[in-house]
Design a protein around this ligand. Structure first.
Ligand SMILES: C[S@@+](CC[C@H](N)C(=O)[O-])C[C@H]1O[C@@H](n2cnc3c(N)ncnc32)[C@H](O)[C@@H]1O
Length: 288
């Protein structure tokens, strides 16, 4: 077993190791690491190897593929997953929520409104949804009863999910949010949290978080959703996996419920049961 002080001379990840990592990541997450991801994988793994004191990639591959190294898989996934996200990313989805989906649900007196941020990363997407919901209720005169709406967050990376749960961000991460909205929904940190902002508990109370691989249903929910956000995660999957995934999600949507995918993703060429509403917005059909 290496020690914390093992000397570190990590160079290019050897071909056989890259193949092993690629295969393992595919088996665990269905993320397809092409050859173009080699440098990215190498730099992320180098940090991990340094941290746990491995000297080279062969040692690491032996460890992570051995039953004794099973716990390391979680760290490998944390290191490999790409978590880039920001508040109000792809604003068309939030405009659609305010202008179409929420008025429909509001008119039906649907309660609680249930929304799932299925690859939530560090939470910016889910908290944006929460802000949009809260603003909608504020402007439409329904009280802020925590039973009015709930948001579920899932991600495959335990590390990033924990930061979503914390809901703490540096000021520069809030740049897409108007100052007035910032002060309504974020609490300024003091002491150790100086320079940070935390989502207020009035919003956090509506949330639940689950570590979940989207490709390994069943999912931990016993009620269906009105809207599912599955954005900027399908790009990492091949077409067959994307088709499988949107099929799984379909089972968790109420009839008439919406699926939002990333604008750089597409269901074209995929066999799927949704009706297409707008670019990157799909709907589960209502059977008459
Ligand atoms: C680029 S972020 C997208 C965040 C947010 N949805 C957005 O659009 O800004 C992709 C997230 O998908 C997660 N992810 C990757 N594979 C996954 C899987 N099989 N199941 C669940 N989450 C997955 C990653 O950990 C990462 O946090």
């Amino acid at each position: 077993m290496p020690t914390e002080h093992t000397p570190m001379t990590l160079m290019r990840i050897p071909d056989d190791c890259y193949e092993i990592i690629r295969k393992l990541v595919y088996e665990q997450t269905r993320i397809n690491l092409g050859d173009n991801k080699r440098e990215l994988v190498q730099s992320r793994l180098a940090k991990r190897l340094r941290l746990i004191g491995f000297n080279n990639y062969h040692e690491y591959c032996r460890f992570v593929t051995h039953p004794q190294g099973a716990d390391e898989l979680e760290h490998l996934i944390n290191a490999i997953s790409t978590n880039h996200t920001y508040f109000f990313r792809e604003p068309q989805h939030f405009e659609f929520l305010t202008q179409v989906a929420l008025p429909e649900l509001f008119a039906k007196k649907k309660t609680p409104i249930r929304i799932w941020s299925s690859a939530s990363s560090s939470g910016e997407e889910a908290y944006t949804i929460a802000i949009v919901l809260s603003e909608f209720f504020r402007k439409n005169g329904r009280d802020q009863n925590p039973n009015n709406w709930e948001i579920e967050c899932t991600d495959i990376s335990s590390k990033i999910l924990e930061s979503a749960r914390q809901g703490i961000y540096t000021q520069d991460r809030l740049r897409e949010i108007p100052p007035e909205t910032q002060s309504r929904y974020f609490q300024k940190g003091t002491g150790k949290l100086e320079g940070h902002y935390r989502i207020k508990s009035s919003l956090r109370n509506h949330f639940d978080f689950h570590l979940q691989n989207l490709l390994k249903p069943p999912y931990p929910f016993d009620q269906l959703f009105d809207v599912i956000f599955c954005r900027n995660v399908m790009i990492y999957f091949d077409k067959a996996t994307q088709s499988e995934l949107v099929g799984y999600l379909h089972k968790y949507l109420n009839p008439g419920g919406y699926l939002m995918i990333g604008h750089s993703e597409s269901l074209t060429g995929i066999n799927h049961p949704y009706e297409s509403i707008k670019p990157a917005i799909f709907r589960k059909k209502i059977l008459s």
